[in-house]
Design a protein around this ligand. Structure first.
Ligand code: ZN
Ligand code: MN
Length: 486
């Protein structure tokens, strides 16, 4: 019988912090600026230039530590990590070695963080993926290769970079996907990073190995470098697990190597074989003093936001909305804020949650528009629901008004007026339509009288049609029953 192989995955995630200036100099951090527009002797690595610590970056990393339940060190220090790389002219990176700012902690996974097609088959619900540490370092410059030359852009050099290292605690590509999604949400919640992988604000290296089921010793670790999308991480890991399983299954023995993922080809290819462990000759950075985090921790603690899981619990409790709606709404901080702003004046929070997680999100998806560009303000959506609730228009007309609001940003009341959409609630007028309908549909009438209750729905539909959708459906039902039971 064929041996089953168990994958083990660990991730190293580099996250660019959303500070205004760089880690050790005053140059601005700006995405998409003209190459080499933001440089100085410190971030260009001139000999003798002295680094000055960015306190905001330290606070943001400590805040991340609090949000991920890490132990924030009272004292941390910076070290030089020595290696040669063309995009790092000083030949060392200022990083943290044996005294990082955050230790341990974890990332809680939740259902909606998994890929859609895997949400029904979660192996470990509510798993918390353990972290080893979070440390702070500086980013390097960015090289670009052209046909006959190469260029280096130093705008990125010296940008504050948080490195979040997980334990080899992930069991599947789907869990890795959920880990990155949940982590990204928390980072955005805390305002420490926009964590957009496509913009390189969050980058991920994956370590993956397979071992025969029933054994405990981990297999040979293969590293996949520089992943730049969450779905790419999932695909790369799935490919690599299959490749390793086949190879080891045939009796092959893997070498420790670094591979790169080609998303177009859908495969990993060899970058380099690790012949020995790197020796970076770490030593304490002589130009920077150790940091005492106690100086700012009280303030950082007061800045810890309510996190997605906590928000979700509060939403179900305070607003009485479903677990599912609460998960959707709390998965994104801006969406959660939108919901709460609208709930302040909406007639029913439950109906509101429904409109946001169905109508609003699908309209945004179809228009490929972020919530920040949405033309319907939170109070405007609450206004629409108020008009529906008061019976001026019915739910079907409400959908029509909603789409018009989405396209134009006009208030619901204005659209109702302009389109003459008022729901017909004049019982005399509706009664006339009902009578007309009973006259025209003797078969349904007969069935209803013979006890087939569902026939009333057919008649109701006919009356709605006659009224061109304007009749108050509840009133139509009432009047039909009254007329039919005499
Ligand atoms: Zn600089
Ligand atoms: Mn690093």
């Amino acid at each position: 019988m064929a041996t089953r192989y168990i994958p083990t995955i660990g991730l190293e995630v580099h996250v660019q912090l959303k500070t205004r200036s760089k880690m050790f100099c005053g140059c601005p951090v700006e995405y998409g600026a003209e190459p080499n527009a933001h440089t100085c002797p410190v971030c260009l690595g001139y000999p003798g230039a002295l680094p000055v610590m960015n306190e905001t970056a330290l606070r943001m990393t400590a805040l991340t530590g609090l949000m991920l339940n890490c132990k924030v060190a009272e004292i941390c220090k910076f070290d030089r990590k020595n290696y040669f790389y063309p995009d790092m002219p000083k030949n060392y990176q200022i990083s943290q070695y044996d005294q990082p700012i955050c230790d341990k902690g974890g990332v809680p996974l939740h259902e909606l963080a998994y890929p859609k097609d895997a949400q029904k088959t979660i192996a470990n619900p509510n798993k918390i993926v353990k972290l080893v540490r979070i440390h702070l370092e500086e980013d390097v410059a960015k090289s670009a290769h052209f046909e006959a030359s190469s260029g280096i852009d130093f705008n990125r050099a010296g940008t504050p970079l948080m490195e979040i290292v997980s334990e080899p605690d992930l069991d599947s590509p789907e869990e890795a996907f959920a880990f990155l999604t949940a982590l990204q949400q928390i980072l955005v919640y805390g305002g420490v990073s926009d964590a957009d992988m496509e913009k390189g604000q969050m980058r991920c290296d994956c370590n993956v190995s397979v071992r025969p089921e029933g054994t405990t010793e981990l297999g040979t670790k293969i590293e996949i470098k520089n992943m730049n999308s969450i779905s790419g991480v999932r695909r790369a890991l799935a490919y690599e697990i299959e490749r390793q399983t086949k190879f080891v299954g045939k009796g092959g023995s893997l070498a420790q190597e670094t591979r790169r993922w080609d998303d177009g080809l859908g495969q990993t290819t060899l970058m380099r074989i690790k012949e020995s462990a790197h020796d970076y000759r770490y030593f304490p950075e002589p130009d920077l003093l150790p940091v005492d985090t106690r100086v700012f921790m009280d303030e950082v603690r007061s800045q810890r936001p309510e996190l997605p899981a906590e928000k979700k619990a509060r939403f179900t409790e305070v607003y009485g909305i479903t677990d599912y709606d609460a998960s959707v709404l709390s998965s994104d901080r801006a969406l959660a804020d939108y919901f709460e702003a609208a709930a302040a004046t909406a007639p029913k929070a439950k109906t509101l949650a429904n409109w946001i997680s169905n109508d609003l999100l699908s309209a945004l998806g179809a228009a490929n528009e972020p919530l920040s560009d949405c033309k319907i303000g939170a109070s405007q959506l609450a206004g629409l629901l108020g008009i529906i609730e008061s019976g001026v228009i019915n739910a079907r007309q409400g959908k029509e008004v909603f789409l018009e609001m989405f396209a134009t940003g006009k208030d619901a009341a204005v659209i109702v007026e302009e389109k003459g959409l008022k729901q017909e609630s004049d019982s005399g007028a509706i009664e006339a339509l009902c009578a007309q309908c009973i006259e025209a549909n003797p078969k349904a009438v007969e069935e209803f009288r013979a006890g087939k209750a569902a026939s009333i729905n057919f008649l109701k539909g006919q009356v709605m049609k006659l009224s061109q959708g304007k009749a108050n459906p509840a009133l139509v039902g009432e009047i039909l029953v009254r007329l039919l039971s005499v």
